[in-house]
Design a protein around this ligand. Sequence first.
Ligand code: F6R
Length: 241
Amino acid sequence: MRIIVCDDYDGLSLTAAKMIASQILLKPNSVLGLATGSTPVGTYNILMKMYADGETDFKDVLTFNLDEYYPIRDDNPQSYHYFMKEHLFSKININPSNVHILNGTVTDAAAECKTFERLIKKSGGIDLQLLGIGKNGHIGFNEPEANLNAGTHLTKLTQSTIEANSRFFENVDDVPTHALTMGIATILRSKKIVLLASGEEKQHIISSLLEGGISTAIPATMLKVHPDVTIICDRAAYKGV
Ligand code: F6R
């Protein structure tokens, strides 16, 4: 794993945006895996600006989002459909038919996950997967558990994730208890992985990730088997190891 430590959140966002823009420059029809949450918002803001300034073109880019709550409607402001539209897709020239986000309204979740995996495969695979990291080490909604070799699947959120994400909802009871998520196996099939971590609250998990071995108790440590992972963090998230 390569680690880039930036002075602050703005530096982290700029570094990540430049990496994504470079990926698109090298391969205009890149397949991007995208994350939601607070951390990538700055990166998306810079990408929007790069598009507005004519520096990046998303015309031929394909995207697959990591996860979506389940069940949830697309027009729910807390859905990841809504988030992506608001924070990126409505501000760039991406072709809506190139955007793939798991559908939180389906009745057959297993079929939805299977279709999603098939579409990733058909696209040629994810060139660059952007990730955030939960305080418990989750990536996507892959929570700590004994077995972490799944593809895209329906999962139950842990209480710690429900509480962490309740900041976006009116109250904790409104947070869906389940989600559809790319699995660790899906994530590891990406050609390149970029994980972002910002702020003191991520310091502990980043130290565990860098210092420790591979354990399903910290799902992000599974990334250690991948040959091309870059962690971009700010000084607050990195105490130095
Ligand atoms: C989001 C996702 C999650 C977040 C993680 C960190 O699509 O899959 O794993 O990346 O919960 O969230 P923030 O960035 O809000 O700290």
